[in-house]
Design a protein around this ligand. Structure first.
Ligand code: NOJ
Length: 553
């Protein structure tokens, strides 16, 4: 079947199901709730949905620990509710993509239960190793979430590898039977009618032979031996076989990847995936992980944007995002909570007019900000808990470690969606499974629906504009001020049509002068956060001011 690359004209909305909308009053977001909100998602101009995992799961990593790949968790309404949502989305012309999490399963998955008992054919479904002399671990690798990457299993009397939580054993992708299971999962969901997959840490699935010690990395040791491992492209090509009779969209999640390496996966000539979730755009205020924070650097952000825009151009397609369920809220990190609406709008302009398929994460469109609990015990996330309890414990006092989690935790962006100023932010009529951010009384969808200047309506307008402008889909990209620490000024150009996007990332006034080739007098201001004054060929910015000018075309 022809691969039409329909995703190039769409904008996706990411749903993290537990916290989106509770349709049955049990306190958990569910698919009945999603069904009720399909019109809302469509009203944003989004015509695609990515669902974070909906499958049955013990919930050790909020669904990224799967115990059955061929079903939908009863918590979310089961398969029947899913089909209703899928049909409802398709009726509205929206595409739906699922999370495919196959680097690891839950330890409660039947495969693992049988593997630990050496029951054929599951014996080698996971990465098992005997203890080294003296009971030592098989190598020095770290897990991303909970200390060492090896866990001793009393039943099998061996260690198993877990690159994430202890309850997320890694699958042995070198085993052809495991790869056949992955193909079965793909077939199953394609038969249900889904339109593609977001493939979780897919660059980790092939580990270096012999699982050698890693002496290169100071933290997350091991990653140089399993990220972009030796057979990853072969395995992805095998999986791709299942997609050839379907016109799909596939996204690979890829920590530590630069555009050059990304092309090995997503070059339109011979890639195995359509696009990648790269982490460079999330690294403007940290190194490697959100847990190693640095002050925000606009230059670093622009460098990341620029590299991906220019190096993929004409060869591959970008996935654009500033938020998802794995990072704190972007206004709290790259913008300003004081200038929440203004900076939220500037951030929207900073990414929505680039080339690629944009993703909006639930709550981003209303400018939700970081949740900051008073007590560490309130954190739910396995990664946050481990960092709080272990990392730098003994060196940093509790108070500072808590502050550090406020800055870095994934839970900052996992609180329930703020629908209204009513109790529990209108998320549930029951008891919410997780804390609601107290600012819901002033930050919520209902209020913003009624305000023409709200961030919500700004997102709608920005998305509507980008969809109508050929230059956004096709144009070249130039960063006019790569060295400025306060302004982001980029242009796009396509067959005589030009777009100039100006975003201030600071509160203080900054002098903006039009770059060469742009006579502002001929530009039409199509979007801005402070109204539409035209002032010669330059202006002094207001806090977090943004403007988008259109020329010609
Ligand atoms: C990436 C997912 O986005 C994250 O939420 C999850 O914890 C890890 N992969 C492990 O599956």
């Amino acid at each position: 079947m022809a691969h039409t690359r329909w995703y190039k004209d769409r904008v996706f909305y990411q749903i993290w199901p537990r916290s989106f909308f509770d349709g049955n009053g049990d306190g958990f977001g569910d698919l009945i709730g999603v069904y009720e909100k399909l019109d809302y998602i469509q009203s944003l101009g989004c015509d695609g949905i990515w669902f974070s995992p909906l499958y049955p799961s013990p919930g050790a990593d909020c669904g990224y620990d799967i115990s059955d790949y061929m079903d939908i968790d009863a918590l979310y309404g089961g398969m029947e509710a899913f089909k209703k949502v899928l049909d409802g989305a398709h009726e509205r012309g929206m595409k739906v993509i699922m999370d495919l999490v196959v680097n690891h399963t839950s330890d409660e998955h039947e495969w693992f239960q049988k593997s630990r008992r050496r029951i054929a054919p599951y014996t080698d479904y996971y990465i098992w190793r005997p203890a080294l002399p003296g009971g030592k671990l098989p190598n020095n690798w770290d897990s991303q979430f909970e200390g060492k990457a090896w866990q001793w299993d009393e039943v099998r009397q061996e260690y198993y590898l877990h690159l994430f939580a202890v309850k997320q054993p890694d699958l042995n992708m070198d085993n052809p039977l495991v790869r056949e299971e992955v193909r079965k999962i793909l077939r199953f969901w394609l038969e249900q009618g889904v339109d593609g997959f977001r493939e979780d840490v897919i660059t980790f699935i092939s580990k270096k032979d012999g699982l050698p010690n890693d002496y290169l990395m100071p933290v997350v040791r091991g990653i140089s031996h399993y990220n972009h491992g030796p057979r990853v492209h072969d395995y992805l090509r095998e999986f791709q076989q299942e997609l050839k009779d379907h016109d799909t969209f596939t996204i690979g999640e890829a920590p530590l990847v630069a555009p050059g390496l990304a092309l090995d996966y997503i070059d339109e000539a011979d890639g195995q995936l359509d696009t990648m979730i790269q982490f460079q755009c999330m690294g403007a205020d940290c190194v490697l992980t959100d847990y190693l924070p640095l002050p925000f650097s606009l230059r670093r952000l622009k460098r990341a944007f620029g590299q991906w825009q220019t190096k993929l151009r004409g060869r591959a397609w970008n996935m654009l995002y500033l938020e998802n369920h794995d990072h704190p809220r972007v206004i709290s990190r790259y913008g300003s909570e004081k200038y929440r609406v203004e900076s939220g709008k500037a951030l929207a302009c900073a990414y929505l007019f680039q080339q690629g398929t944009p993703f909006v994460y639930q709550g981003q469109e209303i400018g939700m900000t970081n949740w900051r609990p008073a007590k560490a015990i309130d954190y739910e996330d396995v990664q946050t808990r481990w960092h709080y309890e272990n990392f730098l414990a003994g060196f940093l006092p509790d108070r500072l470690r808590l502050k550090w989690c406020h800055r870095s935790s994934r839970d900052s962006a996992r609180t329930p969606m703020q629908w209204s100023a009513e109790e529990n932010a209108g998320f549930t009529t029951g008891t919410p499974w997780f804390h609601v951010n107290e600012n819901y009384r002033s930050i919520n969808v209902a209020d913003q629906e009624n305000d023409p200047n709200s961030l919500l309506n700004f997102y709608r307008e920005a998305i509507r504009l980008r969809k109508g402008l050929r230059v956004v889909r096709e144009g070249s990209y130039v960063d006019h001020k790569p060295f400025s620490g306060s302004l982001y000024v980029y242009s796009r150009e396509w067959q005589g049509e030009k777009l100039l996007v100006i975003c201030s990332f600071v509160e203080r006034p900054v002098k903006f002068e039009a770059p060469q080739g742009f006579e502002m007098i001929y530009g039409r201001l199509i979007l801005s956060n402070y109204g539409s004054q035209l002032d010669g060929n330059g202006f002094i910015t207001k806090p977090y001011e943004c403007r988008v000018y259109h020329f010609g075309g």
